[in-house]
Design a protein around this ligand. Structure first.
Ligand SMILES: Nc1nc2c(ncn2[C@@H]2O[C@H](COP(=O)(O)OP(=O)(O)OP(=O)(O)O)[C@@H](O)[C@H]2O)c(=O)[nH]1
Ligand SMILES: [Mg+2]
Length: 231
């Protein structure tokens, strides 16, 4: 099975530089980046390191995923966000699970042996919200083993599965929609625990309230479309 590593960036030069030498490139078959319009030196960094970059006419991670699937040569795409949250040591863990016939493999931040970015805070607002959305998706659509982190971006998806689910959602909803649609079709999903670290620069990434509302909207629209995924 050939794996395409997709690096997702939007002004991520600080994390990118810090993590670059820790990425096990030798364990994947292809590497490219999809960039949402960086102006901070990210594009120059990729150029210097001979990494092909696809730009986006429409911003957001949803569009980035779609561009990646259009262009990748691999059988499965592994999405990596170099902002510090995702541990590059996990990159080789996806392939064996894909080869065990799983369509979607998710690095979960929501089991005992894992860590979520907010675990050292008393009020884990984002974690709790994520767990709420995950519960709703599992109860509504999952007929197999409970999936603990339907939202994490650190995941690998087989091209064959993507073509069946064809997620059309915007921005940060893309992972949630992919998980929901995989539930609907009864695709095989595996998870392994990951240790989510803090963002390397101290920026705030996704805006919480706006993203939460987008998730509610996505959940409702998935209820409406049901199994009619390609209208
Ligand atoms: N290609 C692409 N990547 C994006 C876009 N928006 C965000 N990203 C990248 O996706 C990754 C995750 O985005 P973040 O904004 O950090 O979202 P988050 O992880 O929910 O937020 P934090 O917890 O604050 O890090 C980062 O590597 C971003 O650079 C986009 O429009 N296009
Ligand atoms: Mg992040």
């Amino acid at each position: 099975m050939k794996i395409s590593l997709v690096i997702l960036t939007y002004n991520e030069i600080i994390g990118l530089k810090a993590l670059w030498n820790k990425i096990p490139f030798e364990t994947v078959d292809e590497v490219f980046a999809v960039d949402g319009g960086s102006t901070d030196g990210t594009l120059e960094f990729f150029k210097k390191n001979s990494i092909k970059v696809y730009g986006q006419e429409i911003k957001g991670r949803g569009e980035a995923f779609r561009i990646a699937f259009k262009n990748a040569k691999g059988d499965a795409l592994l999405f990596f966000s170099p902002d510090g949250n995702e541990d590059p040591n996990d990159i080789p863990k996806f392939k064996p699970l894909l080869e065990q016939d799983n369509d979607l493999v998710i690095a979960t931040r929501m089991v005992k042996s894992a860590r979520n970015e907010e675990d050292d805070q008393i009020f884990k607002w984002r974690k709790w919200a994520n767990n709420g959305f995950t519960l709703m998706a599992n109860l509504t659509w999952n007929r197999n083993k409970y999936v603990t982190d339907t939202i994490n971006g650190y995941r690998a998806i087989k091209k064959s599965a993507w073509e069946k689910i064809r997620p059309n959602g915007p921005g940060y909803t893309i992972e949630y929609q992919s998980s929901i649609r995989a539930f609907k079709l009864g695709l095989k999903i595996a998870e392994f625990p990951t240790l989510e670290a803090n963002r390397i620069d101290n920026r705030v990434g996704s805006p919480s309230i706006q993203t939460g509302l987008a998730f509610v909207k996505l959940y409702l629209s998935e209820l409406k479309v049901g199994k009619n995924l390609n209208p």
